[in-house]
Design a protein around this ligand. Structure first.
Ligand SMILES: Cc1cc2nc3c(=O)[nH]c(=O)nc-3n(C[C@H](O)[C@H](O)[C@H](O)COP(=O)(O)OP(=O)(O)OC[C@H]3O[C@@H](n4cnc5c(N)ncnc54)[C@H](O)[C@@H]3O)c2cc1C
Length: 496
């Protein structure tokens, strides 16, 4: 490419303006580098704009924990955090990435505070069974949630002179004869443009939660889920661009899914979750309320055989989801009784009508006069379901902690008042976990194990960080650590 053919140039070109891309842009511009961010959407901020109720940021031994009165013994250490990130994960998780994130989480929080971001509370981490550590007060709740953090980053980037070019979809990485990434080809309103990166390109284009073709090739988990609050731009562009020039991929099969009630077309859910639910399904609260979202109606999960397979109401949603997903045909059913129904539809699933009339008439919830009757309507083993419920109730009456070998929550209630109700779970997809392999310097690694020169990746576009178990709040500390590492290393490249 000749010098005169470039339509724009900067020291660092960042692709994508989600939290990860904005962090990299802020850090690079802070060291005096010129930065262009190419953003496919008509607004900056990406996925995090839909996490207004969240903005959770996990970190250990921070000044914010101290400010909120968390005693030193509960503030955690980098080793504790590393254990949380890695215990029970599949072997494919990149331990070096987890180590870097765990070692630098407090520093990421300080950096955010310096930029003017703040935190309004400290929450406990979610509960998973061993070998994962028990809940600890490590989750920093962002002021104004995910969008609050985006606002701080975008404002800082703009103050530092970063040019965020909206409606610019990057299409291809441009390499020179030495296999160095020297620029990007992009489209904007049908015009093809070329941007030169004098020092480096940072991929931050998010995952492939909106790309059915990639899901069916790489991830059964992702393909089974209905997209939930996901930016339509999460089409895996950056993964493909990196693949095209030889990048290796990691953790492609893993994705964050959550159990939900199936919602037929035309269903209008109520409450504050209504708009979200229309995009996927009502998140089931009944048997799952270990994740801090309030008390759900007493209910159990059973599989096609009418058998329980998980200790309900105790562990994190992602753990319970994983257990549901592992059942035959990925089929899991939430079962409850009339006492549960009387607690109100919202205690069964977000957005359900108060008395469940609407969901019963649409067939989302099924009713049976007896456990056998309900089982037949749901297509599960009737004798076993009746037996499972009877054993479960007896276990509670006897004060035992296990029914049929599966633990029972200490606050569990019997299921004994007819009619009985059930619903088959659906799955919602919130994120994919796979993408180009990166090293601890955020460099993209090729299929031969060598770094692709001048190419970095950060955020959900990159693989290797999460596999089987996802805990809310573990992303932001990663982006604050490895996004800034990417920026610093790109800035340190010899200028072209
Ligand atoms: C409801 C919800 C709650 C969440 N809560 C939390 C939480 O509490 N804590 C936490 O740590 N994480 C949370 N997450 C996850 C977190 O929001 C995401 O992990 C994070 O926002 C992803 O950031 P990203 O920058 O990697 O990707 P994205 O935010 O997806 O950004 C990618 C950007 O790249 C752009 N793009 C895509 N393709 C191209 C292209 N070809 N060219 C140019 N631009 C392109 C997209 O338009 C987008 O702006 C939550 C997610 C959801 C959905």
């Amino acid at each position: 490419m000749n010098e005169q053919n470039w339509d724009g140039q900067a020291d660092v070109v960042v692709l994508g303006s989600g939290v990860a891309g904005l962090i990299a842009a802020v850090e690079a511009s802070g060291s005096g580098a010129s930065v262009i961010v190419l953003e496919k959407d008509s607004r900056a901020g990406g996925h995090s704009l839909s996490s207004e109720h969240d903005g959770r940021w996990m970190a250990v031994d921070t000044s914010v924990q101290k400010r909120f009165g968390i005693p030193p013994s509960q503030r955690g250490t980098p080793d504790d955090f590393f254990r949380l990130l890695t215990a029970g994960q599949e072997a494919s998780v990149n331990l070096a990435l987890a180590r870097a994130v765990a070692d630098n989480s407090a520093e990421g929080i300080e950096w955010a505070l310096e930029l003017g971001h703040d935190f309004v509370a400290i929450d406990p981490t979610a509960e998973f069974p061993p070998p994962r550590p028990p809940p600890q007060p490590w989750v920093h709740r962002s002021k104004d949630g995910g969008p609050g953090w985006v606002k701080v980053l975008q404002r800082t980037a703009e103050e530092r002179g970063v040019r965020i070019l909206l409606n610019h979809r990057s299409r291809q990485l441009i390499t020179n004869g030495k296999r160095e990434v020297v620029g990007v080809r992009a489209d904007s309103y049908g015009t093809q443009l070329h941007f030169r990166a004098r020092r480096g390109v940072i991929l931050a284009t998010g995952g492939f939660a909106r790309n059915k073709d990639m899901q069916s090739r790489f991830s059964e988990r992702a393909s089974i889920g209905d997209p939930y609050t996901i930016s339509p731009q999460a089409t895996g562009d950056g993964i493909k661009m990196a693949q095209e020039i030889g990048a290796d991929l990691e953790t492609m099969e893993w994705a964050s899914i959550g159990i939900a009630a199936p919602i037929p077309p035309g269903y209008v859910a109520g409450g504050r979750f209504g708009p979200i639910i229309r995009a996927g399904g009502g998140i089931i609260r009944g048997a799952v309320h270990g994740d801090g979202h309030g008390v759900g109606a007493p209910s159990i999960f059973v599989n096609l055989h009418g058998r329980r397979f998980v200790k309900e109401r105790v562990y994190d949603r992602s753990y319970i989801t994983q257990m549901c997903f592992q059942q035959e045909e990925h089929a899991a059913f939430a079962i409850f009784d009339d006492e549960g129904r009387k607690m109100g539809g919202g205690t069964i699933a977000d957005g359900f009508s108060e008395n469940l009339e609407k969901e019963l008439s649409l067939g989302i919830v099924v009713q049976g006069g007896t456990a056998q009757d309900l089982a037949e309507k749901l297509g599960i083993n009737p004798e076993n379901l009746a037996k499972t419920i009877a054993e479960y109730n007896k276990c509670l009456a006897d004060g035992k902690q296990e029914s049929d070998g599966i633990g029972v929550a200490s606050n569990a209630k019997p299921i004994r008042t007819p009619p009985f109700y059930g619903l088959e779970t659906n799955y919602l997809l919130t994120n994919t976990f796979g993408g180009p392999k990166i090293d601890v310097n955020s460099r993209v690694i090729d299929v031969w194990g060598e770094p692709i020169r001048r190419l970095y990746a950060v955020g959900t576009v990159a693989g290797g960080y999460v596999a089987k178990w996802y805990q809310g709040g573990i992303y932001f500390p990663n982006w604050a650590c490895l996004g800034r590492v990417a920026a610093r290393n790109a800035c340190a490249e010899r200028p072209l």
